[in-house]
Design a protein around this ligand. Structure first.
Ligand SMILES: [Zn+2]
Ligand SMILES: [Zn+2]
Length: 343
């Protein structure tokens, strides 16, 4: 039985009188993570994980009323028992578990099952009703583990270094950039971070996430020496059009995103290289997770929901699409419209 309903402000839990990731201002908001399509400005109070609080603070400003709780800690909200569990998506991201009279619902938010050095691993939480994302809910989406991806990225970087080219690696400033940073082989050369990325790096380091040392781009003596030194720069995707980058001569540019799995993305952005790195579950992980939580009802949201719903129904599951305003390409949207918001 679903303990929530979809309203024009977002997912509402009437028995607890709170919203989960509301898209309009509300009195009480429970936030799964700090990406801008989930953590929106203007609500009277916010509840998140302890570890995710500082990211939310950066997003929502110094005056926002934010309460943090530990993963797994149970609190009462109205007639609902609530706890937050790791979603493996970015630092501090959580699934929301709500319970009333033995009925358990889990709202996953965005999640990833593959291990990631920069956040707590996804936890399987058994429930009667499960709300799952489906950003990459098509059978064509199969992602690789970080160690494999890291090998490719470091080989590209090393090759650029050998040819005295600057490596420019673009990734969404919150979450993706830190995960990429954690994969870099520091023996290859110096690592520089764009200001938007460095602001989030500092939050991660304060939470004791081990990240290689980065130098601020503003410290750069001259552009030519960056290429000569074989440096790599981590930058948000929208900086690709900046004058600073346009003015760089010897460079190789790569974008890291789940959408790099889609043919044509690389060419459209005039990149030399693309790495498929997603902070969302791929298709086999979505199916395995939905099996593991043993829910009687599955609600599918974000992205390719219709196809995943049909797939689950054919497996005999009670699955429906939960329409949201996010629509398709939701990670891509974040990459291009919001990565500069934190700077
Ligand atoms: Zn997200
Ligand atoms: Zn999302």
């Amino acid at each position: 039985m679903a303990l929530f309903q979809l309203t024009d402000k977002g997912l509402y839990v009437p028995l607890g009188d709170f919203y989960i990731d509301p898209w309009r201002p509300v009195d009480r908001a429970v936030i799964t993570h700090g990406h801008s399509d989930h953590a929106r400005w203007g609500s009277k109070s916010y509840l998140s994980t302890d570890v995710g609080k500082d990211i939310l603070r950066l997003r929502l400003g110094p005056d926002a009323n934010i309460q943090g709780i530990a993963y797994g800690e149970r609190i009462r909200m109205g007639d609902i028992d609530l706890s937050l569990h790791p979603a493996g998506h970015i630092l501090g991201s959580c699934q929301v578990r709500i319970e009333r009279a033995g009925q358990v619902n889990v709202i996953s938010g965005d999640y990833k099952v593959f291990p990631d050095r920069t956040c707590a691993p996804f936890e399987v939480v058994k429930c009667h009703a499960f709300v799952t994302e489906s950003t990459f809910g098509l059978p064509i989406y199969r992602f690789r583990q970080d160690d494999d991806i890291a090998r490719d990225i470091n080989a590209w970087w090393q090759d650029n270094r050998d040819h005295h080219r600057l490596s420019l690696l673009y990734g969404y400033a919150l979450g993706k950039a830190q995960r990429l940073l954690s994969m870099l082989d520091t023996s290859i050369g110096p690592i520089y971070a764009h200001g938007a990325v460095e602001a989030i790096n500092q939050v991660y380091r304060a939470q004791n996430i081990p990240l290689p040392d980065t130098r601020p781009l503003s410290d750069t003596p001259d552009k030519a020496s960056l290429a000569k030194d074989g440096a790599i720069v981590l930058a948000p995707p929208n900086s690709i059009n900046s004058n600073w980058i346009k003015g760089m001569q010897a460079k190789s540019q790569a974008f890291a995103s789940g959408w790099m799995a889609v043919r044509g993305q690389k060419r459209r952005r005039a990149l030399d290289c693309g790495f498929v790195v997603s902070d969302h579950a791929d298709f086999p992980s979505l199916i395995a997770t939905i099996d593991a939580v043993e829910a009687e009802q599955v609600f599918v949201t974000h992205g390719s929901s219709d196809i995943l719903v049909q797939f689950l129904q054919e497996k005999g599951l009670d699955a429906v699409a939960l329409s949201t305003m996010f629509g398709d390409n939701h990670e891509q949207e974040q990459d291009f419209s919001t990565s500069e918001q934190i700077s």
